[in-house]
Design a protein around this ligand. Sequence first.
Ligand code: NAD
Length: 256
Amino acid sequence: MDTQLKGARVLVTAGASGIGLATALAFAREGARVHVCDIDETHLSKAAGRELSHSVCDVSDPEAVAQLFATVTAKLGGLDVLVNNAGIAGPTAPCVEVKLADWERTLAVNLTGQFLCAQHAIPMLAHSRNASIVNLSSAAGRFGFPNRTPYAASKWGVIGFTKSLAMEVGPLGIRVNAICPGAVEGARIDHVFASRARLRNVHPDVVRDEALARISLGRLVTAEDIANAIVFLASPLGANISGHALPVDGDTQALF
Ligand code: NAD
């Protein structure tokens, strides 16, 4: 299937690892010109290699985001696709024990970061004939997630932001969608299972098994599954899809 993304100008935030890196490489395989940013300079330059242009950016820092978009303009000469991927897990604790600084940091990266990037991207995307923003939400943006209130609040916020922005910028020809990944195989979810297991005083395998029991397909998803969905949504193949929050989660019925 031809995704018609050859030459498309794409920015993926937090592209040094995980879903961001898989997504950046998937766009590059389709012939797109891809810029990735990340807060982690060491991993970023290794991961990006020669295929992806890259620069350091903390998406919660307005000045750093302004610099990022100046760099993207210089390197790509415009923008067709913004993938707002940067997100942190935040604390695992009952709400009454969550530190205000941790709550604020989680919202700053997961939600304000998307807002800041969108503000810079929209005027650029308005000049594109296939303009698209894909925001990373989560299954935690569809279900309640006890002991992860900052993360869940930020990811429900992403869906409200996505649906409102889609209505606002649709008349400019810009599509805005969200992806809600389920638990993705890898170090991040192992850490999430371990944190939850510590809180409940059980083995991490107990938490993992409980999670799998709530997924109809009985398996975790991969970063590549998420990347494929993002590439499809952002490509001309998704030309009339906007304002959606698409789960890619093996049919998850509840969180663990
Ligand atoms: P990850 O933890 O594997 O990678 C995150 C990357 O983000 C790292 O390279 C890190 O350096 C970078 N980063 C952290 N803070 C940053 C900041 N302030 N500015 C720029 N970069 C920053 O993450 P992932 O699992 O690939 O998740 C990517 C997105 O998908 C996130 O928004 C996450 O919430 C969402 N998600 C992940 C899962 C999962 O199971 N992995 C499930 C649902 C949703």
